[in-house]
Design a protein around this ligand. Sequence first.
Ligand SMILES: Cc1cc2nc3c(=O)[nH]c(=O)nc-3n(C[C@H](O)[C@H](O)[C@H](O)COP(=O)(O)OP(=O)(O)OC[C@H]3O[C@@H](n4cnc5c(N)ncnc54)[C@H](O)[C@@H]3O)c2cc1C
Length: 331
Amino acid sequence: MTPFAYHLAQDVPSAVALARQPRTVRFLGGGTNLVDLMRETIEQPEVLVDVTGLSTDITATSDGGVRIGAAAKNSAVAADRHIRERFPMLALALLSGASGQIRNMATVGGNILQRTRCGYFYDRAARCNKRQPGAGCDAIDGLNRNHAVLGASPACVATHPSDMCVALAALDAIVHVQGPEAARTVALADLHRLPGERPDIEHVLGPDELIVAVEIPGLPFAAASTYRKVRDRSSYAFALVSVAAALDIEDGLVRDVRLALGGVAHKPWRAWKAEALLRGAPATQANFQAAAGAELADAIGLRDNGFKIELARRTIAAVLANLANQTGARA
Ligand SMILES: Cc1cc2nc3c(=O)[nH]c(=O)nc-3n(C[C@H](O)[C@H](O)[C@H](O)COP(=O)(O)OP(=O)(O)OC[C@H]3O[C@@H](n4cnc5c(N)ncnc54)[C@H](O)[C@@H]3O)c2cc1C
């Protein structure tokens, strides 16, 4: 590991001020991803600004939503009663990720900005455009079973690994950010980038912009939402495909829907096409399958990961059918 300076931030202004210097600075959350990357010398910050002392508050908002401090631990968010009752898809997504020990360390801010788990990114002997722009990508013709089928590019086929972010994308979460000059908000669904020609640029935040909080607006029908993660092992494995969904049905018609996918793209994938097809349509299995098919219509499989396309289609349709049955049972 390369030597680095360490600062414990006392508040948001001092964290942002500490990040504003000519040296390479990284904010430090639980360190469950960043410290691994530093050990492998893939990340080599000269300065770490520890932000775990900042807000961990989880506060209900007046519209029935919730605001979560960026230093809140993943385990605390998953256990929060308001979140479990109002936004079960978020609690389920968090509980499906990593292990209890890691969730006790990992923060919301760090979870959002965790890096891909593509094996070639972690292997310094491999070519990786994300690690070294212009180097090439060994995943494209390599072992790519876990890689992206939507929104990938000839430069990068890595996926974003977060479960939490898939739920946040579906729930229209807003990320509150503090920069050196001003505060701003970014929709979670717009925060991460598709790879294009610059997969090394993974999100729209500057290096000195601090995630301060995440806010989820009130969404009454999210109280019956869910998250399904399909993976190789039943725990401690990243998603092959995951689906976060909430469905509002009235008189047999889909009044509203929220749908996002994980494990399939360089960012949490909000299923805008499927949502648009479903709104106002009869809540039938045929329509759920058609919407899933439309969302995956542009998917492209590589040598090993073509199965994800069918897996995603089936998982979307099955999750929506389950939610529809539950909604019918409650009516
Ligand atoms: C073995 C293992 C299995 C895992 N399995 C899963 C899984 O199944 N699903 C899943 O979703 N995740 C999984 N993870 C990943 C885990 O969720 C992340 O490592 C964790 O969420 C990162 O949070 P952290 O606070 O430790 O971030 P850190 O490692 O501290 O930081 C990660 C990044 O975020 C930046 N950062 C941190 N806080 C802020 C902030 N407030 N503002 C701006 N930037 C910030 C850091 O600079 C760094 O770039 C796994 C991890 C491991 C090690």
